[in-house]
Design a binder for this molecule. Structure first.
Ligand code: S3P
Length: 173
């Protein structure tokens, strides 16, 4: 049986908040993949993008995913672009149930408005357009990767956690 959970989904869908709560409820280790990448690189995500470009970041993301994907009893909050490289999903799938959190573009635009400094892909003049285009491009990637998809637009993080727990129980039986 799979003992870990990987949370995927676009930026601002609630992976970190939900992941922490879920890990607490399930008594599992919480892992934030971006934090693992920052530790490996010895610099922040925006610095990685500035100095090594998105390609450099994706290489680190693949390495970090390889390390955390083998962990048992973990809740892993992945970065929004994890789905772009299939190798990441193939590795995660071995030990993790993959839950995709989604939200409407309006909700994502609102939720991410305060922290564009931390998200290099959203540090552009037309953030709304960038979000809409990236979401559209990535939609099939999230679809093909997810075991379960949960819409977080209108419900609290606590309700999302409840829903995930229900789905995990269904998966077990
Ligand atoms: C990214 C999402 C970010 C981070 C990086 C790239 C993406 O993580 O990994 O800025 O490509 O969607 P969050 O989804 O946690 O913001």
């Amino acid at each position: 049986m799979k003992t870990s959970v990987a949370l995927i989904g676009f930026m601002g869908t609630g992976k970190t908040v939900v992941g922490k709560l879920l890990a607490e409820k399930l008594d599992k280790e919480f892992i934030e993949l971006d934090a693992v990448i920052e530790k490996k690189a010895g610099k922040s995500i925006p610095e990685i993008f500035r100095q090594d470009g998105e390609i450099g970041f994706r290489e680190l993301e693949i390495e970090a995913t390889g390390e955390v994907a083998i962990k048992k009893n973990a809740v892993i909050a992945c970065g929004g672009g994890i789905v772009l490289n299939k190798i990441n999903i193939d590795r995660l799938r071995k030990e993790c149930v993959i839950i995709c959190l989604m939200a409407s573009s309006q909700v994502i635009i609102k939720r991410t408005s305060a922290d564009t400094d931390e998200r290099p892909l959203l540090a552009v003049p037309d953030r709304t357009r960038q979000i809409e285009e990236l979401m559209k491009f990535r939609e099939p990637y999230y679809k093909r990767s997810a075991d379960v998809t949960i819409n977080t637009s209108r419900i609290s993080a606590y309700s999302v956690v409840e829903k995930i727990m229900e789905k995990l129980k269904e998966n077990e039986s």
